[in-house]
Design a protein around this ligand. Structure first.
Ligand SMILES: Cc1cc2nc3c(=O)[nH]c(=O)nc-3n(C[C@H](O)[C@H](O)[C@H](O)COP(=O)(O)O)c2cc1C
Length: 197
């Protein structure tokens, strides 16, 4: 049975509806095997020319990297994500070697592909009983420097991963937002033929 009040317009697997992004997490450790299984799911995402441009840098709670990663988030996100079990920075390689080529050329679809990979990660985590929450609110320049991300790689998002906590642990204004969000109607998102959306 779905744990979410969301209603699909068409029949889909409940996993798609059940995934949502909370901010209340139980501050407990995650074992590496479990976390790696989420990246494993991302690894099987499709990509242009199978170029696999996604890269994931991570820190687990209660490890030396934790505070470093937490310090990359903006104040708002740090406020709630400090209770998560893992933090991930999603990176992509901006060039690839085309089939038959010997030199790298711009990978025009690296953002598209990496977005798909993050979605796989989020879905696997959800299926495994965990929650993810992506964040644009982090310092890109600081992250590049702190985590030694070289040129030729773009930074996209930070992701908090954790076990769902009680919303009473959140500031009052966030408690009201702590619920699975709705979606635009499908008729506004998909059209047969010409663009009429
Ligand atoms: C790329 C990206 C950036 C986001 N940035 C933030 C953020 O900085 N802070 C935050 O609280 N939520 C952030 N979110 C969460 C979205 O608001 C959330 O995914 C969206 O409202 C849909 O809700 P759902 O994930 O529960 O389905 C971000 C999500 C994505 C995919």
């Amino acid at each position: 049975m779905s744990s979410s009040p969301r209603i699909a317009e068409h029949e889909i697997h409940e996993h798609f509806i059940n995934r949502w992004s909370p901010r209340a997490f139980i501050p407990e450790a995650i074992d590496e095997k479990t976390l790696l299984s989420f990246f494993e799911a991302a690894r099987w995402s499709p990509s242009a020319y199978n170029s696999q441009p996604w890269r994931f840098l991570y820190a687990r709670r209660d490890t030396p990297n934790w505070e470093r990663f937490l310090g990359l988030l903006n104040e708002f996100n740090r406020g709630w994500a400090q209770h998560a079990s893992a933090l991930v920075i999603v990176v992509s390689k901006t060039t690839f070697t085309a089939p038959g080529a010997t030199e790298e050329s711009p990978a025009l679809w690296h953002t598209f592909d990496t977005g798909a990979a993050w979605a796989y990660l989020a879905l696997q985590a959800s299926i495994s009983g965990w929650h993810t929450h992506a964040m644009a609110g982090f310092d890109q320049d600081k992250t590049r420097e702190e985590l030694k991300v070289p040129e030729g790689y773009d930074l996209h998002a930070a992701v908090a991963i954790g076990k769902l906590g009680d919303k009473s642990t959140l500031a009052e204004y966030l408690q009201a937002r702590e619920t699975p969000s709705p979606r635009m109607p499908l008729s506004k998102l998909a059209a047969e033929g010409d663009f009429s959306l």
